[in-house]
Design a protein around this ligand. Structure first.
Ligand SMILES: [Ca+2]
Ligand SMILES: [Ca+2]
Ligand SMILES: [Ca+2]
Ligand SMILES: [Ca+2]
Length: 396
């Protein structure tokens, strides 16, 4: 361990003494209204009522708002209520001519998210793509793709890679789409568009010349979120939090977070109590492996308290200056969801988007899922927690 690291660690130990960040209980007793659907409209028992099932509002205690009363289910939109592996958050299975995730597309191409990113460096990363049915669509001509991507600080100004040929696909039709030339320490979103490539020979100045044309297949993957690395331990820790978070996002998209069977219901896998709102636990769960003692905080007040001890907590509006000069990827933001002026929801800061004026966040317990959200800074953000070197858990 270097002297610098040793000094930092000693400082950390001193600060750790006597620290007991409070884990305040969620507000109890209050009744809230939630949307529910008749259980009889969920014949296959996958938790989703069939499309068109009547929505009814039910009043439940605040702490139970993630689930409906007996006889009711909290979700609908099941496009096949006879098959329990078909519903809006089911994983799409390629090559079976069926729309498992009820998005109206059959065997659509998908991004395969890996737990620790995919070849992420300071200037790029790779996207693993399952071409699905579209690998066959291009039969007779070559399948090509193009990546649309944007740094989240300027999402309204996307870039496009040149067209590239996919080449021979293995039987599972999975290929790697590399993205390079990116800025370090940033969060990106990217999606892959598909084309049919055909070569023709044309005369250029009297000479036969091969020319490739690309015809859009009108299909793309969903957005893939990832992050480039930065310099130093803190930047690396930020990357770790983000890549872990984006993996959970993809798990959630496939219905594997929020409810993972009786052993890991709702947010219990992130350390929340059963039925508890788990947005704070989600942030803490992501941060705990790299940051000191944050596991003691389980709600907005607890997390704010932890940031106050380890620096730096910004409780006041307006945030324009903090968002542009202080906030960095993987920092914490306290959100006012119900618009009463008080923070009641926890989120991870991804970027302040200068092209839209919005803040990109990664959030747990958004409709009982992990989601990427864009928020209005002056209306919805009520606190910023900035991760510092001081809080970094060192690997000794
Ligand atoms: Ca169902
Ligand atoms: Ca179903
Ligand atoms: Ca589909
Ligand atoms: Ca399918």
């Amino acid at each position: 361990m270097s002297i610098d690291r040793a000094l930092r660690f000693a400082r950390l130990l001193l600060l750790g003494v006597g620290l007991a960040a409070p884990a305040l209980p969620a507000s109890a007793g209050e009744m809230v209204w939630i949307d529910c659907y008749p259980e009889q409209d969920d014949v296959d028992g996958d938790g989703y009522a069939e499309e068109g099932a009547p929505r009814t509002q039910k009043q439940v205690p605040e702490q139970d708002k993630l689930s409906c009363p007996d006889g009711w289910v909290p979700k609908a939109g099941d496009c096949d209520d006879g098959l329990d592996f078909v519903h809006p958050h089911a994983p799409e299975i390629g090559f079976n001519l069926r729309d498992e995730d009820c998005d109206g597309r059959m065997d659509e191409p998908q991004v395969v998210q890996l737990p620790n990113g995919n070849q992420n460096t300071k200037t790029g990363f790779s996207i693993r793509v399952r071409a699905g049915h579209w690998a066959l669509t291009a039969q007779g001509s070559a399948l090509a793709y193009q990546i649309e991507y944007a740094d989240l600080t300027a999402s309204a100004l996307p870039s496009f890679t040149p067209h590239r040929l996919v080449g021979a696909l293995p039987s599972d039709a999975v290929f790697e789409a590399p993205l390079a030339g990116l800025a370090p320490a940033r969060v990106y979103r990217a999606r892959v568009h598909f084309y049919k490539a055909s070569s023709t020979t044309v005369l250029v100045l009297g000479r036969p010349t091969r020319r490739t044309t690309y015809t859009s297949l009108g299909i793309s993957t969903d957005w893939y979120f990832s992050a480039t690395d930065g310099d130093g331990d803190l930047a690396e820790a930020r990357s770790d939090l983000l890549l872990d978070g984006f993996y959970e996002l993809s798990e959630s998209d496939r219905g594997r977070v929020g409810y993972r069977g009786t052993a890991q219901r709702d947010g219990t896998r992130y350390g929340a109590a059963p039925k508890e709102r788990w947005c704070s636990e989600f942030y803490v769960w992501l941060a705990r492996s790299r940051f000191w003692q944050i596991a003691y905080a389980s709600d907005v007040a607890g997390i704010a308290s932890w940031f106050s001890v380890y620096r730096e907590w910004y409780p006041h509006l307006p945030f324009t200056e903090e968002l542009t000069e202080v906030a960095e990827r993987a920092d914490y933001v306290a959100v006012d969801e119900d618009g009463d002026g008080d923070a009641d929801h926890s989120a991870m800061f991804l970027a302040y988007d200068l092209t839209t004026g919005r803040v990109w966040t990664l959030e747990g317990n958004k409709g009982n899922y992990v989601r990427v959200i864009q928020r209005q800074p002056d209306q919805e953000i009520r606190g910023l927690g900035h991760l510092t070197e001081l809080a970094l858990l060192l690997s000794l």
